[in-house]
Design a protein around this ligand. Structure first.
Ligand SMILES: Cc1ncc(COP(=O)(O)O)c(C=O)c1O
Length: 435
C-alpha cells in the first residue's frame, strides 16, 4: 500500500511512478526551453562579442600599451557641473519617478530642441511632443515593439546597412522582417530610397535613419528627407531618426540638420510620422548616465508613453536633474567638438600617406577602406600593435551581392588626443610593414 504518491509503504520509490515523474519533469523542461520569442533565434551575435571571439587566444604585443578605438564610448572627462548636479540630487532616489518625466526635464528638452533645430516654440509642446528615455538604445528598441502591428501581412522595418545593431534586433523581436538599404561610397553613404520596391514600402511600418551615421558619419540631405516624408505619408509608416551623433560635427557654422527641422521646413510642423532620438552619451561624455529623449509626432509619443508605462522605463529623478544641467549648456559640447576636430586633423594627417582617410561631416568615426580583409586586419593589428578597432563587416549584412562593411574598419577616435595619435602612428607602421 502506498501512503503517498510515488512512495511504497517501506519508503522506497515506486519505479513506475518514478518514471512518470521523470517524464513530466522533462516535458516541463522541454516546454520551457521552447517558450521564447522566436525572434531570439534569429538575433545575430553582437559586434563586440564577435570582436572578442576574433581576438581571443591571440598573442598580443604587450611591449606596447593597450589602446581601444573599437567601442564608441567617449573618453573625454564628464563635465564637473553635470556630476555635481547628479551628486547633489542623489537623495531623490527616495522617490519613484514617473515615465512621463518631470515638467522641468520636458521643458529643458523642448527648449534645447527649438534652439538647436530652429523650431518655432509653438510646434514643440513639452507636454505632448517630448519624452525622456534612459538612453537612445532602449528607446530605439522599444519604439519598434510599440508600433509594429503583427496582425497585418509580415510587417517590414527598413534600416541602413551598415547599422547600429539594435535596429535589426528590435525588428526581429517585434516579429517584423528587416529590409536593409546599402550605404556605400557610391551613394555617399545615404540610403537610396528609389531602390526600394513599392511592395516593400506598402508593408513597411517603420524606417530607421541614422544621421549622422554610425559608422559612416554621413548626414542625410534634404532631397532624401523630402522623398522619405512623401513615402511615409503615402504608405503610413514611421520615420525613426537616430540623431545621437548630431552634436559631434566638424563645421561650427553648419551643424547637421535633423529630421524635425526638415519636417518643419517642409511644412510638416506637427511632425506627422516623424520621431527623433537624442542622447547625452556622446554630446556630454556621459554614456553611463543613460539619458536621452524621443521627440516628434504627438500621437506616436502618446502611444510610446503608454507602452513605456508598462515597460517600467522611467528615468530616475537625479538623472533627470543632471540631464537638465547638461541640455542647458553648450560650452562643454563646443569644447568636445574642438577636441574631436583636433584628433581628426592629426590622425588623418598621420594616416594619409598609407590609407585614404577623410574626417567625416559628423560623428567620431573613421570608416576607411583597406587593402585586405577587415577581420584579418583587425586581428593582426591587435597582435602586432595592441590597438583594437572594429571590423566593418561586423556592422553590416551581405545584401544584394555586397557587404558594405567588407574590407572596411571602424576607428572610433574616442580616446584622448595623445592616445589617438599614438594609435594612428602604430596603424601607419603596421600598414607600412604589412603591404
Ligand atoms: C547609432 C547609435 N545609436 C544609439 C546609440 C546608443 O546610445 P545611448 O543609448 O548611449 O544613447 C549608439 C551608441 O553607441 C549609437 O552608436
Amino acid at each position: 500500500m502506498q501512503d503517498n504518491a510515488g512512495k511504497c509503504c517501506d519508503g522506497s520509490w515506486d519505479e513506475g511512478v518514478d518514471r512518470i515523474y521523470l517524464f513530466v519533469f522533462f516535458a516541463i523542461i522541454n516546454k520551457s526551453l521552447d517558450l521564447m520569442n522566436s525572434g531570439l533565434k534569429n538575433l545575430h551575435a553582437y559586434p563586440f562579442e564577435r570582436l572578442r571571439k576574433l581576438l581571443e587566444g591571440t598573442t598580443v604585443n604587450s611591449d606596447k600599451s593597450a589602446i581601444s578605438l573599437a567601442i564608441g564610448e567617449p573618453k573625454h572627462p564628464t563635465p564637473e557641473f553635470i556630476l555635481n548636479a547628479l551628486k547633489s540630487n542623489l537623495g531623490d532616489v527616495a522617490m519613484y519617478p514617473t515615465t512621463y518625466g518631470s515638467t522641468e526635464i520636458r521643458e529643458a528638452i523642448a527648449k534645447w530642441l527649438c534652439q538647436r533645430f530652429n523650431l518655432p516654440q509653438t510646434s514643440v509642446n513639452s507636454e505632448k511632443n517630448v519624452l525622456p528615455v534612459n538612453g537612445t538604445r532602449e528607446a530605439l528598441f522599444a519604439i519598434t515593439q510599440t508600433l509594429i502591428d503583427k496582425s497585418s501581412e509580415t510587417p517590414i522595418v527598413v534600416l541602413p546597412n551598415p547599422f547600429y545593431q539594435i535596429y535589426e534586433g528590435a525588428a526581429l523581436l517585434a516579429g517584423a522582417e528587416p529590409y536593409y538599404l546599402n550605404c556605400t561610397e557610391d551613394n555617399n553613404f545615404i540610403p537610396d530610397l528609389s531602390s526600394v520596391p513599392r511592395d516593400i514600402w506598402q508593408r513597411c511600418q517603420l524606417i530607421y535613419l541614422c544621421s549622422p551615421g554610425n559608422p559612416t558619419g554621413a548626414v542625410i540631405d534634404s532631397n532624401s528627407v523630402k522623398e522619405l516624408m512623401a513615402l511615409a505619408e503615402k504608405h503610413d509608416f514611421v520615420i525613426a531618426s537616430d540623431e545621437c551623433y548630431s552634436e559631434i560635427y566638424h563645421d561650427e557654422i553648419h551643424p547637421p540638420i535633423g529630421l524635425l527641422e526638415y519636417a518643419n521646413q517642409l511644412g510638416n510642423s506637427e511632425f506627422k510620422h516623424c520621431l527623433v532620438f537624442h542622447s547625452l552619451s556622446k554630446r556630454s561624455n556621459i554614456p553611463g548616465l543613460r539619458s536621452g529623449f524621443v521627440a516628434g509626432d504627438s500621437t506616436l509619443i502618446e502611444r510610446f508613453l503608454k507602452y513605456r508605462t508598462y515597460h517600467g522605463s522611467a528615468m530616475p529623478l537625479h538623472t533627470q536633474k543632471a540631464s537638465i544641467a547638461a541640455w542647458g549648456d553648450e560650452a562643454h559640447v563646443k569644447y568636445n567638438r574642438a577636441q574631436y576636430r583636433e584628433k581628426f586633423i592629426l590622425v588623418c594627417g598621420i594616416l594619409k600617406p598609407v590609407l585614404e582617410v577623410t574626417p567625416p561631416v559628423a560623428s567620431f568615426y573613421l570608416w576607411p577602406e583597406l587593402p585586405c580583409s577587415d577581420s584579418d586586419f583587425a586581428r593582426n593589428l591587435y597582435t602586432s600593435e595592441n590597438v583594437k578597432i572594429l571590423p566593418g563587416s561586423y556592422l553590416s549584412r551581405y545584401i544584394g551581392g555586397i557587404n558594405p562593411g567588407r574590407n572596411r574598419v571602424r576607428i572610433a577616435l574616442v580616446a584622448e588626443v595623445q592616445e589617438c595619435t599614438e594609435a594612428a602612428n602604430r596603424i601607419k607602421q603596421f600598414l607600412q610593414n604589412s603591404f
